[in-house]
Design a binder for this molecule. Structure first.
Ligand code: SAM
Ligand code: SF4
Length: 326
């Protein structure tokens, strides 16, 4: 489907849960959140049905996220449901990696070929600080497990936060030099738990790139699978690549190909959208596939031309990042 601004919409990001086994300072309140009950989130069968309907409108790429998607029970079953839908040619997951290593083989067998790990520090104490409770060891184990299983691409997402991890930019770049990993440096956005967000913690991609360029020869790279908004470079003689995601300094809305589904079944055109269409309600009312298709079309047609994040996150936005699915 093509939206009102000429963009091809072929990518659906699905939040499987609000729950998380970490409490990243920029994302979740310390005490966690009121977990959604089983009756307020979409069942796996509902999600599979929605994906099938969306695929008939041209959605062929799916990302599972959250909250932490791997805490959702029976996620492997969901992967099977989704890989059984013929039009879906790309299925990925964004995870903090804590639970990944033990599940990796089942996930791979169910059709998961690629994975994004979120990791903001390589230093044990700093990792514990930013996640408030996390142990870095299982995350490292997860990344090596994904490498061992030959998953490709394996992406590492680092949110660059001035004064917290900007001194590790070169260590992350070195990961991409030493291993076939695709490290993406993400600009800190004023979303999520805003108590931690501060304008001066934002470090632009241009600054990050300058730091890396002083130490590595950056060569243009082809886009890495996933159709994401990152700009990629190879490090001369290195194994992987680095990428920059710049939602703040250089928004990529003109190329945005995605819509989003929350764990409760809210369908939205943009992370920053204040409107959602309630698909869970539609499912409850017994809507037919065609009726649900109309709701997808409504959201795609209404997808805003761009976000207004630089004007402030809009505290009036009812939802947080972990609810929408980052
Ligand atoms: N729990 C999973 C994880 O951490 O990978 C998936 C959900 S998490 C909300 C998805 C991604 O959003 C993570 O990479 C996280 O770092 C990113 N994120 C959350 N809040 C952010 C913010 N304020 N600015 C930039 N990225 C953010
Ligand atoms: Fe959990 Fe991911 Fe948010 Fe961290 S960024 S609290 S891991 S949902």
């Amino acid at each position: 489907m093509i939206d009102e601004h000429g963009r091809i919409i072929n990518y659906l990001r699905i939040s499987l849960t609000d729950r998380c086994n970490l409490r990243c300072r920029y994302c979740m309140p310390e005490k966690g959140i009121d977990n959604l009950g089983h009756y307020t989130i979409l069942s796996l069968e509902d999600i599979a049905r929605l994906v099938r309907i969306a695929s008939q409108l041209g959605i062929c790429k799916i990302r599972l996220t959250g909250g932490e998607p791997l805490v959702r029970r029976n996620i492997v079953q969901l992967l099977h449901y989704i890989t059984d839908i013929p039009i879906i040619d790309d299925l990925a997951i964004t995870t903090n990696g804590i639970l990944f290593a033990d599940m990796a083989e089942d996930l791979k067998q169910a059709g998961l070929k690629r994975v994004n790990f979120s990791l903001d520090s390589l230093v044990e104490e700093k990792f514990r600080y930013i996640t408030r409770q996390g142990d870095i060891a299982p995350v490292k184990k997860a990344i090596f497990k994904a490498l061992e299983l030959g998953m490709e691409p394996i992406k590492i997402n680092m949110v660059v936060i001035r004064g917290f991890n900007d001194d590790e930019i070169l260590d992350f770049a070195k990961l991409a030099f030493d291993y076939p990993l695709h490290v993406r440096f993400i600009e800190f956005m004023p979303v999520g738990d805003l108590l931690f967000w501060k304008q001066d913690r934002l470090l632009s991609s241009q600054e990050t790139r300058r730091t890396i360029k002083n130490h590595y020869n950056l060569l243009p790279a082809k886009n890495i699978e996933g159709n994401g908004p990152a700009r990629y470079y190879r490090l001369e003689d290195g194994q992987g690549s680095i990428g920059f995601i710049s939602p703040m300094s250089n928004h990529f809305c003109a190329e945005c190909n995605r819509i989003r589904l929350t764990a409760e079944g809210g369908l939205r055109g943009c992370l920053y959208d204040k409107e959602e269409v309630d698909l869970r309600e539609a499912l409850k009312k017994g809507y037919s596939d065609d009726e649900i298709k109309e709701l997808f079309i409504k959201v795609i047609k209404g997808k805003p031309s761009r976000h207004n994040m630089n004007d402030g996150w809009g505290e009036d936005n009812k939802r947080k990042m972990y609810q929408i699915g980052g």
